[in-house]
Design a binder for this molecule. Structure first.
Ligand code: XUL
Ligand code: CO
Length: 434
């Protein structure tokens, strides 16, 4: 894993140096906080340290074996590389699945033992560098026993194995001081209702999440539990379809106090929503938590996990984050990988620089949009009728169907003002390109 880059520095937007930040200036204060504290960038272990360019039609284009056979030594070398990379980029957080950081054993007990060895090693690295674990999760979708789901499997022994994995994952999260624990239900769903007991599967998924919450809290875990919504892929229909679906699930099973959303941009678009829609839905439901930062390709119908470079999207994302009051336990995890043809170690650095700069610029533009004030003022004014008269009375809960029927009985000539969409889009362009 040789490359000779030094620590990546901020050089400003005039710089032509590809190995420099042009917008991300970690210590710069924007909207009352340092950029690095607004953005809380995290490295995804699975893509960055493990993914090797394989796709459905071809094998590896990058070697990430670190010259070692599958075993503890390889994973120690991966950890060395990971922490070196994060230090070069100035990334202060990371995220992993259990199987990303430690080799899997023949049994659950063996895998847990391996995870304990590696988490000792990771803890030492965290202490040396000050880098923190944003969240951990368990991979409950790769192994063939999870083909019909984990918490939603038709086989109770699989549910038990999943519970054991979640326990080990939460233990690792606590040991490493993580501020989050994620559930992404890649196979928690169905391919056909013809073979599926949907009611039992949903109840069982809630049972697993409730056990996790109870275990974590009993062991002193004070961070957030997250569901990461995704509508499909690999399963045809996933139960964590989108934020609204998850909010309904959490409310039904009384999990709203402990669970929040980890929102991924590419998952939002697969669900037929914008990234901003998912963030807004979480915000208005009080369950905004963390972000998996990436982008899809609108011409491809799958989860391509590309590094985010679309500044329009990062701006509207950071607008929602600022409006939500910023991250607390969450952060911006790059659930993103360099393209299969971007297969050098420099490309890993360049792709992180691209994503970090796109979000830094998005933060600056979101702050500018809010400071400009015209967008917020327009929306405020659009709903002004609820600030006075009958509207105020409706909002305050003072009206009934009968009272409103009487009020409306003889109303004529009601005027609904223009929504001015095109003007507002131009306003956003003016801020983006000024
Ligand atoms: C899959 C995905 C996962 C989760 C964690 O689409 O996003 O990597 O982020 O399991
Ligand atoms: Co993700």
């Amino acid at each position: 894993m040789e490359y000779n880059q030094q620590k990546i520095q901020f050089e400003g937007k005039e710089s032509k140096n590809p190995f420099a930040f042009h917008y991300y200036d970690p210590e710069k204060v924007v909207a009352g906080r340092k950029m690095k504290d607004h953005l809380k960038f995290a490295m995804s272990y699975w893509h960055t340290i493990n993914a090797s360019g394989t796709d459905m039609f071809g094998g590896d284009t990058m070697d990430k074996t670190f010259g070692e056979p599958y075993g503890i030594e390889r994973f120690k070398k991966k950890a060395d590389f990971a922490f070196d990379l994060m230090q070069k980029l100035g990334i202060e957080y990371y995220c992993f699945h259990d199987v990303d950081v430690a080799p899997e054993g023949e049994t659950l007990a063996e895998s847990v033992k391996n995870l304990e060895i590696i988490t000792d090693y990771l803890l030492q690295k965290q202490q040396e560098t000050g880098i923190k674990l944003l969240w951990a999760t368990a991979n409950m979708f790769g192994d063939k026993k999870y083909m019909a789901g984990a918490g939603t499997s038709c086989v109770a022994d699989v549910f038990a194995m999943a519970a054991g994995k979640v326990k080990a994952g939460i233990d690792a999260a606590i040991k490493l001081g993580a501020s989050g624990y994620v559930f992404w239900g890649g196979r928690e769903g169905y391919d056909t209702l013809l073979n599926t007991n949907m009611g039992l599967e949903l109840d069982n998924l809630a049972r697993l999440l409730t056990m996790a919450r109870d275990y974590g809290r009993a062991k002193g875990f004070t961070g957030d539990f997250y569901i990461e919504p995704k509508p499909k892929e690999p399963t045809k229909h996933q139960y964590d379809f989108d934020v609204a679906t998850c909010a309904n699930f959490l409310r039904k099973y009384n999990l709203m106090d402990d669970f929040r959303m980890n929102i991924e941009a590419n998952h939002a678009t697969l669900a037929g929503h914008t990234f901003q829609h998912e963030l807004r839905t979480a915000r208005v439901n009080g369950i905004f938590g963390s972000i998996d930062a990436n982008q899809g390709d609108m011409l491809l119908g799958w989860d391509t996990d590309q590094f985010p470079t679309n500044v329009y999207d990062t701006t509207l994302c950071m607008y929602e984050v600022l409006k939500a009051g910023g991250f607390t336990n969450g952060g911006l995890n790059f659930d993103a990988k360099a393209r299969r043809q971007s297969n050098t170690y420099e490309d890993i650095l360049l792709s992180y620089i691209a994503g970090m700069d796109a979000f830094a610029l998005g933060l600056l533009k979101a702050d500018a949009l809010i400071a400009d004030g015209r967008l917020d003022a327009f929306v405020e004014e659009r709903y002004a009728s609820y600030k006075k008269g009958i509207g105020k009375s409706i909002v305050e809960g003072k009206e009934t169907l009968e009272s409103l029927a009487a009020y409306a009985a003889n109303l004529t000539n009601i005027q609904v003002p223009s929504g001015r969409q095109e003007y507002l889009e131009t306003l956003v362009n003016d801020i983006l390109f000024s």
